[in-house]
Design a protein around this ligand. Structure first.
Ligand code: ACO
Length: 433
């Protein structure tokens, strides 16, 4: 048996030492296994924001932040982006291998035939105010799926887990499109089984009962690529939320609703919408210096949205691909003088030559350019994070499935360093000053 490497921790006060096993990674840093630390030494580890903490072992996605590398199941994101299809990527993330032709056909058929929503579920949309943010609708409606699909709620049954995973991937575009239709006061459109995953989403968003609608192949291709890039990103905030929710053995629909809620925040997936708001506020190249100064000012809460990342300390590889695709999409749509894209590129150029951003290794992240493509495709700002949620559902369910089949899985229960009052006696209200 291979010898397990250890890490020795010494208490400076008592001189007591403890050996902790090291868990090796296939790629990337190893981790000190501190799970026995409290039992053996009576102390916890303290790591707000999980700056140095691995919360699980996973075989799905690998990121090398210093070099700006991203791989799904070992395949570089650049190769998947050029050659791939979103459902093929979904299969890879879920099952660990690229599908053979018949496997992909069967998976595609299964996802396609789960795209319909229960008719009663449609009533939920009418319960929302017409101007509800589509992400608010998504959180509610996706969570409500647990009330409809009782035959896929037994989390101990691998087959039911798989059906739930397929249902979630299949129904997300239908729910997303219905959220948008509710927002604009248009009737909900049924899916068309003859269309691809992305073309079907466009159909459900833009078709009307009054005339024939054919999804634009440029938009379909761009969505396919954006969805591949957004499909997974290992233990980010929303995926960790899904894992934590799932660790209590909650049902998968409730767990994914929790993931959607986490994704919505502007520090995470909500940044794509925030980038466009920021560009609109900046308005003109002449204003960039003022906003760069605001971003650097520690007394100002303004941050350059779409910039910075916990893991990447180099250009986010997804942002690189998206920026190139921006050029291609805008060219194909004959929108080459897109002022937002010009402004974003100039902002990037100025920020990347500024000492503040260089020193802190702050580069554009995946959200910096994605909104510009979405906007060029006619997708409204408040739907950008919804688009992200559709794609990321694949990663969420892949991680949930991996966790649920892992015999080491335990309820997630962090500890704390208590800083409140020490124990004190209750004072009756009449005696309080
Ligand atoms: N603008 C200005 N300064 C920034 C920015 C930014 N966008 N991002 C980080 N910084 C600064 C911080 O103020 C801090 O400076 P200091 O060392 O002087 O205190 C330093 O860079 C490190 O930042 P942290 O907030 O500690 O880094 P953390 O890893 O916790 O945060 C995050 C990462 C949340 C992505 C952050 O960079 C941010 O808020 N970016 C803007 C929002 C955004 O684009 N989010 C999308 C991320 S990608 C995704 O989730 C899909």
């Amino acid at each position: 048996m291979a010898e397990v490497k250890t890490f020795t921790l010494t208490n400076d006060e008592t001189g007591q030492s403890i050996k902790l096993p090291i868990r090796e990674s296939v790629q990337g840093p190893a981790a000190i296994d501190v799970s026995s630390l409290y039992k053996e030494a009576g102390v916890f580890t303290y790591d707000p924001g999980f700056m140095s903490t691995a919360s699980c072992q996973s075989k799905i996605t690998y990121i090398q932040g210093e070099e700006g590398l991203l791989e799904y199941r070992g395949y570089p994101i650049e190769q998947l982006a050029v050659n791939g299809d979103f459902l093929e990527t979904a299969y890879l993330l879920l099952y660990g291998e690229l599908p053979k032709k018949d496997e992909l056909a069967e998976f595609d058929h299964d996802i396609t035939h789960h795209t319909m929503l229960n008719e009663t579920l449609k009533n939920f949309f009418n319960g929302f105010h017409y101007n509800a943010h589509p992400m608010a609708i998504m959180v509610g409606v996706v969570g409500s799926l647990s009330a409809f699909y009782h035959d896929s709620l037994d989390i101990n049954d691998p087959q039911q887990r798989e059906i739930a995973a397929h249902r979630l991937i299949a129904k997300m575009p239908s729910i997303a499109a219905a959220s948008y239709r509710h927002n604009i006061g248009a009737p909900i459109v049924y899916p068309r089984h003859s269309l691809s995953y992305c073309a079907n989403l466009l159909h459900m968003m833009y078709a009307t009962p009054c005339e024939q609608y054919e999804p634009d192949p440029i938009a379909e291709k761009a969505l396919n690529l954006l969805f591949i890039l957004h499909a997974d990103h290992e233990q980010n905030a929303s995926t960790s939320t899904v894992r934590l929710a799932g660790s209590s053995l909650a049902n998968p629909f409730a767990c994914i609703a929790a993931g959607i809620a986490s994704l919505w925040g502007p520090a995470h997936g909500g940044a794509n919408e925030a980038v466009l708001d920021m560009l609109a506020e900046i308005g003109d190249v002449s204003q960039i210096d003022k906003y760069i100064a605001k971003a650097k000012d520690k007394d100002d809460s303004f941050r350059l949205m779409g910039f910075g990342h916990r893991v990447y300390k180099k250009y986010d590889p997804r942002a690189n691909i998206i920026r190139d695709v921006c050029h291609q999409v805008l060219e194909k749509l004959a929108d080459t003088n897109n002022p937002l894209f010009e402004l974003a590129q100039r902002l990037e150029e100025i920020a990347l030559s500024d000492e503040y951003f260089i020193e802190r290794k702050l580069y554009p992240n995946v959200d910096f350019y994605s909104g510009i493509i979405y906007r060029a495709l006619g997708i409204p700002n408040n739907m950008f994070t919804v688009m992200f949620a559709i794609a990321r559902t694949v990663g969420w369910v892949a991680h949930w499935m991996e966790m649920m089949s892992d015999p080491r899985q335990k309820i997630g229960r962090p500890r704390q360093v208590y800083k409140g009052h020490a124990r004190r006696e209750y004072i009756p209200i009449s005696q309080r000053d």
